[in-house]
Design a protein around this ligand. Structure first.
Ligand SMILES: Nc1ncnc2c1ncn2[C@@H]1O[C@H](COP(=O)(O)OP(=O)(O)OP(=O)(O)O)[C@@H](O)[C@H]1O
Ligand SMILES: [Mg+2]
Length: 258
């Protein structure tokens, strides 16, 4: 579970993220959408503790990111826009290193790395140096480092950017699987940003939209696409208009903004 509570980021006069609150439960895949510059990455960086919020806080798996930053960070797997890779390390060495700094017990590290390699389609390049991999493979390594310690919450900033069509399908399948796993395995909370709306329709149960740093929509996919509604129309409706208290509410959509 993750809850954002009035998260705000100011850069001088610019309010990049303005009082954003939402909650996502285990088993949910939430699409975090908005135009370029809306504040998605900034919000995700604050939720993961990489960027201090100017105001507000977040609770990750019961841990407040300010009061218990280490526990909160351990509970999160984060794929940033630019994954923090070490080009001179080999893939499995790098994942072992990440598992260690994420406090995976020594006895379980090998298995954790093998599982992440397998889930991200990396087993056959485990010994390759990261710097020699193609862009898509480096993206897979980024995803593998986010899941290697099997955190309950995953924050993925454009996870399928740069992947080939087959791999996109596999990664979507993986994300769905993480949220709603087989019996006996823990379910995860996944929040992902993307500009690929069919991707959101394929894997997200809920959509949160931000525009100019403000949350403008938080609703289920089912509601949004009822009666053949298209997500791209919803996106246009909520992100082409002005934000602010006097902005016109969309037709029948007043209750959608929570
Ligand atoms: N370090 C910074 N200093 C000043 N402004 C910043 C900084 N980082 C981000 N911003 C601004 O904050 C706003 C939100 O940026 P952010 O990267 O969160 O957008 P985004 O929704 O992730 O966009 P994209 O879809 O292009 O990835 C933008 O106006 C951006 O220019
Ligand atoms: Mg971004």
């Amino acid at each position: 579970m993750i809850e954002a509570l009035g998260v705000t980021k100011r850069y001088g006069d610019l309010v990049a993220v303005n009082d954003v609150s939402f909650k996502a439960e285990a088993g949910e895949v939430v699409g975090f959408l908005g135009p370029n510059g809306a504040g998605k990455t900034t919000t995700m960086r604050m939720l993961t503790g990489f960027l201090p919020a100017t105001d507000g806080t977040a609770v990750v798996d019961g841990h407040d990111i300010f009061d218990e930053p280490l526990a909160a960070r351990r509970a999160i797997g984060y794929l940033p826009e630019t994954p923090p890779l070490y080009p001179e390390m080999d893939v499995s060495g790098y994942l072992k290193y990440v598992a260690r700094i994420k406090d995976v017990p020594r006895s379980g590290r090998k298995q954790a790395v093998e599982r992440a390699l397998e889930r991200c389609g990396l087993s056959h390049v485990a010994r390759r140096v990261i710097g020699s991999l193609s862009k898509g493979y480096r993206q897979r390594v980024g995803l593998a480092q986010a899941i290697v310690h099997d955190p309950p919450v995953l924050i993925l900033d454009e996870p399928t950017v740069g992947l080939d069509p087959n791999q996109i399908l596999e990664i979507r399948e993986l994300i769905r699987d993480l949220a709603a796993p087989r019996e006996g395995e823990p379910s995860h909370t996944v929040i992902l940003s993307t500009h690929i709306l069919p991707e959101v329709e394929a894997i997200c149960r809920r959509v949160i939209m931000i525009h100019d740093g403000q949350k403008v929509l938080d609703d289920s996919m089912e509601n949004l696409t009822r009666d053949g509604g298209r997500l791209e129309d919803v996106f246009a409706r909520f992100t082409l208009r002005e934000t602010g208290a006097d902005a016109a509410a969309p037709e029948g959509g007043e209750e959608a903004v929570q």
